[in-house]
Design a protein around this ligand. Structure first.
Ligand SMILES: Nc1ncnc2c1ncn2[C@@H]1O[C@H](COP(=O)(O)OP(=O)(O)OP(=O)(O)O)[C@@H](O)[C@H]1O
Ligand SMILES: CC(C)(CO)[C@@H](O)C(=O)[O-]
Ligand code: BAL
Length: 280
């Protein structure tokens, strides 16, 4: 496995591998890898000749009061996890190389970046689509793997690829959960033991919502009310930012719940903002 930090070197290498007919799979991450990330890597390994993982905590997708500074980082640990998974290349650029002096070009997916997280993290998806566009141009992947845990992000990237004709196939992969249901997330590290117990109410609420739908309830307000009730039992709950049921293509709230709609939530447990979702 090789670690590459220079974007031009990475791009030249990928272009030459493509010329040799190699199929390239790409897993973009912000590091501090867990089983959720590893599931994406395993998918890529199965479907491609070469697997590239990027590890870059992208400053432009964080708001000024967000956790960019304290976002968990452990490159050595990430490196050995990637090695164990037989990753071929880690792309680990510096901030200066990704955003050199004078940087001023952004990609914005207008509508899908609104609503849900977009309402609470202004500029976030613009930062995500911009860095992913750069990463796609640097890594030149055939297939790129994103988790459905960040459902809105996946939709934004799929739209960007379609609208800007990126020659990349975007693959959405299932949410990986801890045994007790909590969605894996690098930010789970921020939770104290007590907060970790509170966080469990999130997945509990999502599973109950799915059960309600399977029992024939299609009124989104009934389901959302129950979801809020369950999450409100969490001792360390600070805020439910949103609990919304949306159409999985438009991300607009629905009047009547149907199969494939998505219930998405963002919740503060203590000072930790967690997102999760479930598909009906
Ligand atoms: N539990 C999970 N299951 C499946 N994919 C996941 C999971 N957690 C993260 N991913 C995916 O891994 C990729 C990289 O995500 P990222 O590095 O931001 O990790 P994260 O754990 O989501 O971190 P954060 O705490 O910022 O939410 C994204 O495509 C994301 O959707
Ligand atoms: C896609 C991504 C790597 C862009 O910085 C990030 O948003 C993430 O880890 O989900
Ligand atoms: N997984 C999304 C990265 C972020 O929260 O900034």
């Amino acid at each position: 496995m090789e670690v590459i930090i220079n974007p031009s070197q990475m791009q030249n290498l990928m272009l030459s591998l493509k010329k040799q007919g190699k199929k390239i799979g790409f897993v973009p991450t912000m590091g501090y890898l867990h089983e959720g990330h590893l599931s994406l890597i395993r998918c890529s390994k199965k479907e491609n000749d070469i697997t590239v993982v990027s590890i870059f905590v992208n400053p432009i997708q964080f708001g000024v009061n967000e956790d960019f500074g304290r976002y968990p980082r452990d490159f050595e640990r990430d490196k050995s996890l990637c090695e164990k998974e037989n990753v071929d290349y880690i792309f680990h650029p510096s901030y200066e190389e990704m955003y050199p002096d004078g940087f001023q070009t952004y990609v914005e997916v207008a509508e899908l970046s609104k609503g849900l997280c977009g309402d609470f993290r202004p500029g976030h998806f613009k930062g995500v689509s911009t860095v992913v566009a750069k990463l796609f141009n640097i890594v030149c992947p055939d297939n790129a793997y994103f988790g459905k845990k960040d459902f809105q992000q996946l939709k934004v990237i799929q739209r960007m690829v379609k609208d800007l004709n990126f020659p990349v196939n975007v693959v959405g992969c299932p949410v990986v959960r801890e045994q007790d249901g909590l969605a894996m997330s690098s930010r789970n590290k921020y939770l104290s033991d007590e907060e970790r117990k509170s966080a469990l109410y999130i997945s509990k609420a999502l599973f109950e919502a799915k059960r309600m739908f399977e029992d024939g309830i299609t009124d989104p307000n009934l389901i959302k009310e129950r979801v809020r009730q369950i999450i409100s039992q969490a001792k360390h709950l600070k805020e439910i930012q949103y609990a919304e049921i949306v159409d999985s293509n438009t991300l607009k709230p629905v009047d009547k719940v149907k199969k494939s709609d998505v219930l998405a939530v963002a919740v503060y447990i203590g000072n930790t903002r967690l997102i999760d979702n479930i598909e009906f």
